[in-house]
Design a protein around this ligand. Sequence first.
Ligand code: NDP
Length: 330
Amino acid sequence: SREWHLVARPQGWPKPEDFALREATVPEPGEGQLVVRNLHLSVDPYMRGRMNDVKSYVPPFKLDHPMDGGAVGEVVASRADGFAPGDHVLHGLGWREYALVDARHAVKVDEEAAPLATYLGVMGMPGMTAYAGLLEVGSFKEGDAVFVSGAAGAVGSMVGQIAKLKGASRVIGSAGSAEKVRHLTEELGFDAAFNYKDGPVLEQLKEAAPDGIDVYFDNVGGEHLEAAISVLKQHGRAVLCGAISQYNDTQAAPGPRNMVQIIGKRLRLQGMIVSDHDALRPQFFKEVGGWVRSGELTARATVVEGIENMGDAFLGLLRGDNTGKMIVSL
Ligand code: NDP
């Protein structure tokens, strides 16, 4: 069995040498435990924060210990009631081939209801982030115009599509390549999209949203957030979900220079953490699950094969190699 360790804390952009794939023994289950052979592993932007030795809403990774994160796998041995070999489970001990999981930290998932990897994406944490962020934090209502950054990624692609399905008047997305922009407008039904690398975000956003926006879903921070503050209408809301443009910064980036507009326009900017919204989960499964089954919602994934390529997959996620959810399949 193999598992990925963090062997050095990255300064700025992580390097391949900051991670190492190491040998481990296949565990035996104790009372109340399962051994899971992982099938799909998640790489997520928040993991970059866990590589720094700072207190946050999730503890940092320990050096020379296995990293962890979302995973779906098959139970191969069980000493826990209600779990049998062959069952599929979602759990938090990714970055490894075999995991020893406490049954209370495992959730059974149904391959008939949705493909297993989607429990790490559209039917999982990123999907919930989009759903709760837009509807609860962003107070989205029918007729709103919505702008989302990181729009071709796991969370962003769901935000835009959910907004459309819920009756947005206009949905605009930004992403980092011409191919992603095409995917947004031609395959995901966005009304407009632009490549933020083509020119200033503010100019491109004004052109794409001539009448302004009601909700900004921020995955990126920095220049995007400043531009959105300028284009938000009176009583507009910004959902501060992520700031990936700053995750590899070694010095704090300057804040938006136009904060004074928040006052006159009575804007609300609110941070969110998905785990605060668990009460919404049954509604999320019902509604989003229905859209996935009917084909109204498209959930693309970029799949990297092989545990040995997981470090590269994580670096690729930070660079923007993915369209939709980035998954490592074993
Ligand atoms: P994505 O699938 O969106 O992958 C990350 C994407 O970020 C890349 O594909 C890349 O796309 C984009 N990116 C990288 N660097 C930059 C940059 N400098 N400027 C703009 N875009 C950049 O990841 P997720 O959907 O999983 O996560 C999206 C955001 O949501 C992240 O900020 C994440 O931290 C946050 N998040 C927050 C949660 C919460 O509870 N608050 C929960 C889950 C996610 P491109 O080619 O377009 O540059």
